[in-house]
Design a protein around this ligand. Structure first.
Ligand SMILES: *Cc1c(COP(=O)(O)O)cnc(C)c1O
Length: 425
């Protein structure tokens, strides 16, 4: 029996309706931007395995750092203990995070990074005797699948079954497509109620919504309004962090600074699950007290796992290298050329580019569901042609590992161009 067949016996896959889905492709090896399945078929990983893997699969530099850490100190509890990898990683991150950030809280995945941010926002107000229980968020946002993160997310079929059990979240439209004035007015009206503990957003790009983009100057206006009203702001950089937008963080395009940032995905270069929520000193101080009950009683067993921290330190070294920064700019330049090439294509509705992110919306005759027929046809076509892409509704996006070669990138473009001719709704 193949791995793919054996897999079906016991494995329950994420975001998968097993009755109607194709069996999972069994991958046996990865190197750079390439993956190979159990039949020896080669694929280009055009989405960096869900946006986690900027430096390529089976990266030796990361593997060596991890091995060294595993044979020095693989894990130690972080309650009452600390270790060099966590200290060094925190120092390193502080040098590149927005200058108002001061304290880091470690966890395991993007959802928990958001969960921590939301809990901190609620307790921040509670500790000061002014409890506020509502969260403000954008429509179509995705912040993760744990309860608070899910409540803040706006993609309804992800969250429908749990509506009665969720935190109260008010959603406002994303300021884009010329609706900026209207959207801002709706946002302002909500902020002025004074009922919100925090405003959470994906800065500049809503990833899971299909790489929807909006302007830094617009977001700056939102953040300065929040500041005026003492409304805490949470930048969910789980997707955008570590170079995806062309800068280290999407927030680097802003003049305003968020109170909290959520980081995960590319943090360890796609090797070890880890996440961080970062905070201003002011937030930390709302928990700093003689009163034990004012502490943040949250933690995870593998918090600040030394091996994960070592992987993150090595990842940051790779990210900061001149070669990697050049790669990011080179991918961006190639995306812009491809955008120009397809700009008048009859099946292209719109193309968005930011940093290494390229998103193409197909002109469709009918509304396309998130996991609809067009999406399924495209997904199967790309796989057949040796490219891993996961379209969202009618949007095809590329988010390649930074180490991708120009030839590999051209092949992705070519397959997308062919799909525009060959794949129907
Ligand atoms: C992926 C993602 C999350 C959730 O991260 P997980 O590691 O999957 O829990 C949260 N926010 C954003 C913006 C994401 O892209």
């Amino acid at each position: 029996m193949s791995l793919s067949q054996r897999d079906q016996e016991h494995n329950w896959h994420p975001y998968t309706q097993h009755k109607t889905s194709l069996p999972a492709v069994a991958i046996v090896k990865g190197e750079g931007a390439l993956l190979w399945d159990e039949d020896g078929k080669e694929y280009i990983d055009a989405i960096a395995s869900w946006w986690v893997n900027p430096f390529g699969h089976s990266n030796r530099y990361l593997a060596d750092a991890i091995y060294k850490q595993l044979t020095t100190l693989e894990h130690v509890l972080f309650g009452g203990f600390t270790h060099e990898p966590a200290v060094v990683l925190s120092e390193k991150l502080m040098r590149i995070l927005p200058s108002n950030q001061a304290k880091l809280f470690y966890s395991d995945n993007g959802s928990t990074a958001v969960e921590v941010a939301i809990k901190v926002a609620l307790q921040f107000h509670y500790n000061q005797g002014l409890p506020k229980t509502k969260i403000l968020a954008f429509e179509n946002a995705f912040h993760g699948d744990t309860f608070a993160a899910m409540a803040a997310s706006g993609i309804s079929f992800f969250t429908e079954a749990f509506q009665g059990s969720l935190l109260e979240v008010v959603r406002v439209p994303l300021p884009t497509n010329g609706n900026e004035t209207e959207a801002y007015a709706l946002f302002e009206k909500q902020v002025q109620t004074g009922e919100f503990a925090a405003f959470i957003f994906e800065p500049l790009v809503q990833g899971a919504a299909g790489m929807l983009m909006y302007e830094a100057t617009v977001l700056d206006r939102y953040l300065s309004l929040c500041k005026q009203h003492q409304l805490l702001t949470i930048a969910d950089e789980v997707m955008t962090g570590f170079g995806k937008t062309g800068r280290n963080f999407a927030c680097d395009y802003l003049t305003q600074q968020p109170d909290m940032l959520c980081l995960s995905k590319a943090l360890t270069g796609g090797t070890i699950p880890m996440a961080i929520t970062s905070f201003t000193q002011e937030i930390f101080e709302a928990f700093y007290s003689e009163d034990t009950n004012k502490a943040l009683f949250h933690g995870h067993t593998f918090t600040a796992n030394p091996t994960g921290c070592a992987a993150a330190i090595a990842s940051l070294e790779l990210l900061e290298s001149a070669a990697m920064q050049e790669q990011i700019q080179a991918i961006h330049a190639q995306h812009l050329l491809f955008q120009t090439k397809l700009s008048t294509h009859p099946r292209v509705k719109t193309i968005r580019v930011l940093g290494v992110i390229f998103a193409l919306e197909i002109q469709t005759k009918s509304d396309q569901a998130y996991y609809g027929q067009l999406r399924n046809n495209l997904y199967a076509y790309f796989l057949e042609n040796g490219v891993v892409l996961r379209p969202v509704g009618s949007t095809i996006y590329i988010l390649p590992p930074y180490i991708i070669t120009p030839e590999q990138l051209q092949k992705i473009y070519q397959v997308i161009e062919n799909a525009l001719v060959e794949v129907q709704e």
